[in-house]
Design a protein around this ligand. Structure first.
Ligand code: SF4
Length: 308
């Protein structure tokens, strides 16, 4: 059924607009990458143009556009990693100021090829942004650093506001969905350490439509809560090319709504963003986090984030 006709609820308009062009130019001026572009995110137009009334947002991808891993769902290029750009932390912080972002999302490719797997470089970028404006909220979507606690601790010590790490799918499907160096327990241990050792909100994302069963998704939510994960997002997997993992099914929006209800009302996640077009950093609770970090109670923040 892969690459067959997408259902109506998955149709998105192409990126355009002045704000979109401005952000694109600033990124090029500072020689920066975004996961939006590298992973061909369908929401780029809306995010960059700030269609939700925000200043617009982009997810900076650190440490080059080539990953040391090859997950079967991901459109980022594998192998041939670049030498680290020592100026990147400063360049990202400059772009943040120029674009006028008050909520920044940082992610990176995996760099299993580096001694510290890039943890130091990632932490330095957080610190550089916070040094320029301590009010800027920083969400980081980090690799698993092969589950090495001292590397995860480098990120925690840089004090981002949200620490996200994606578990991506249910335990049974880790392979073949993710690279063999990734793993269910390893990802849970990263989230557990972040929840235990930091004041940051912890967050993860699960793709639907790769062959998971409802009971497996439910168990994954329970496992995530058992390690203190605050925020979970659910989005529809879309096949980037014929050489990537096939879509097993296009999950109906009602199913996404059901998972959101279970997550918040039964399992006490602080926030759950769930919908076919939801991605790790698209409509994924930034507004919620921003509201609670600026002093609002969780329920009011949820309503604000959903535009209720
Ligand atoms: S680790 Fe996997 S998901 Fe992340 S950028 Fe690399 S290939 Fe993509």
């Amino acid at each position: 059924m892969s690459r067959s006709r997408k259902p109506e609820w998955l149709k998105m308009r192409p990126p355009s607009g002045e704000r979109f062009t401005e952000i694109k130019q600033t990124l090029r001026d500072h020689d920066l990458h975004t996961v939006c572009e590298e992973a061909s995110c369908p929401n780029m137009g809306e995010c960059w143009s700030g269609a939700d009334g925000s200043a617009g947002t982009a997810t900076f991808m650190l440490m080059g556009d080539r990953c040391s891993r090859g997950c079967n769902f991901c459109d980022v290029q594998t192998g041939g990693m670049e030498t680290l750009d020592e100026d990147e932390p400063e360049n990202v912080a400059s772009a943040v100021t120029e674009i006028g972002l008050d909520y920044v999302v940082l992610t990176s490719v995996d760099r299993d090829d580096l001694e510290d797997q890039g943890a130091g470089h990632f932490a330095q970028t957080i610190r550089e942004i916070k040094r320029r404006d301590p009010e800027t909220l920083v969400e980081v979507l980090i690799p698993d650093f092969q589950g090495e606690p001292e590397l995860v601790q480098k990120i925690i010590d840089a004090e981002p506001d949200v620490i996200a790490h994606n578990i991506e799918t249910v335990e049974r499907l880790q392979w073949p969905v993710r690279d063999r160096r990734a793993g269910y327990e390893q990802s849970l241990s990263v989230l557990e350490q972040a929840a235990r050792e930091s004041d940051a909100y912890t967050k993860t994302s699960v793709m639907l439509g790769v062959g998971e069963y409802h009971h497996e998704v439910y168990q994954t939510m329970r496992d995530l809560r058992s390690v203190g994960t605050d925020i979970v997002t659910f989005g529809q997997y879309l096949q980037p090319s014929r050489s990537h993992l096939e879509v097993s099914d296009f999950v109906h929006p009602d199913v996404f709504d059901t998972y959101q209800q279970i997550a918040e009302e039964e399992l006490d996640f602080l926030y759950c963003a769930s919908g076919p077009m939801v991605r790790s950093s698209y409509r994924a609770g930034e507004l919620f986090v921003e509201s609670v970090l600026r002093g609002e109670d969780a329920e009011t923040a949820r309503q604000r984030a959903r535009g209720d």
